[in-house]
Write a protein that binds this ligand. Sequence first.
Ligand code: FAD
Length: 398
Amino acid sequence: MDFQADPGLEVFRQEVRQFLRDKVPAELKGLARCTRSPRDQILKWQKLLNAHGWGAPYWPTEHGGTGWSVAQMLVFDEECTVAGTPTQDGFVQKMLGPVLNAFATPEQKAEHLPAALEGERLWCQGFSEPGSGSDLASLRTRAVRDGDHYVVNGQKIWTSYAHHADWIFLLVRTDASGKKQAGISFLLVDMRTPGITVRPIRSIDDAHHLNETFFDNVRVPVKNLIGEEGAGWSVTKFLLNNEHATTADLPDIRRYMRELMRIATTLPVGAGRLIDCPEFALKLARLDAEHEAIGMLVQRVAELDIRHDPASHVLGSILKLRATELQQRITEAQVEALGDYGAVAYAHPHDPAPAQPYPLQDLARGITNDMFLRRASTIYGGTSEVQRGIIAKLLFRL
Ligand SMILES: Cc1cc2nc3c(=O)[nH]c(=O)nc-3n(C[C@H](O)[C@H](O)[C@H](O)COP(=O)(O)OP(=O)(O)OC[C@H]3O[C@@H](n4cnc5c(N)ncnc54)[C@H](O)[C@@H]3O)c2cc1C
């Protein structure tokens, strides 16, 4: 792994900046801080990127992607975060897209890939169930074959953004007789199919990201099965292994650090600023060093992922663990730095600004929300305890 500055990368950075400056309309820039944009913004942004040939920044060229190097992908993410553009649909970009490219039939690809890339369709992920999260293979949502359809019954939970999604990729049990991993199948389901009910779960940051999703005699065409019936576990392992480098949310970590630095250099404390307090300056320096280390680890893991190197499994788990804990520590430091206003400034960035502006509104808005939201980082994508188990098993061959 070469960490030396690459002059070609600077040229690429300028190209991305020029695109953001000249081709992106004002309505898609300078947007409120968030980990996932509202539906209409994601779709508009996707259309614009696709028209520019950048619809799939993380995919190889043979699958209609940009073919960018890992370093280029990171520069692209970084510049978009600085410009405040909307997010893309991570479910299709980082999870389902690579699965379709690897496992789908030509007809399935033709049906689903253009619609996602052209900004026509959003997806959500229907894996977890009450009682089947870490132990995903124990899932019980059933799909029973009836002619050229499956009839699906059961419940999913924590289905992020199901209320914004047009389609869901779903794990179902098609056979309960053998080993639990063997009877799982991977289906694509149109969210408008009769029998699907989405019920909101309000989370601790006072926003609606999460849902319960119920399936009551939902008829799904057999042509929407990805891979063989009963082979869904291999597809799932492929999907989860692809996710390693992205679970770090590096652009968000970098944004949190920039915001923390801004608070520290702006906020008056006594006769000086917060950054003049030696204890706080030390804390900031430590967080900054860790954030740089995570940046390097993201690059290493992404390179290993691309080469399907088995070392990516253990390093990916180490990255997930360290990066999500860092997200929590930086956002906690932001709230701590705001002092009393960390609590007062509680308003979701997508809500209208309060009529009575409070002190520090510019600095503080949305920060407490993110601190609460990030409590979940060490749960989704595999909990920290589960990551520690994987690391121990892989390193020590338990
Ligand atoms: C904000 C958020 C968004 C999510 N989005 C989605 C989504 O879009 N789609 C989706 O399908 N799912 C989603 N999830 C679900 C997520 O994948 C699960 O919450 C996660 O896998 C943990 O499962 P669980 O909640 O059932 O907890 P459990 O698996 O029941 O775990 C409970 C506790 O036991 C510990 N534990 C469990 N097994 C072990 C073990 N083997 N060793 C040591 N400790 C263990 C865990 O670490 C945890 O502390 C989301 C979750 C959150 C919080």
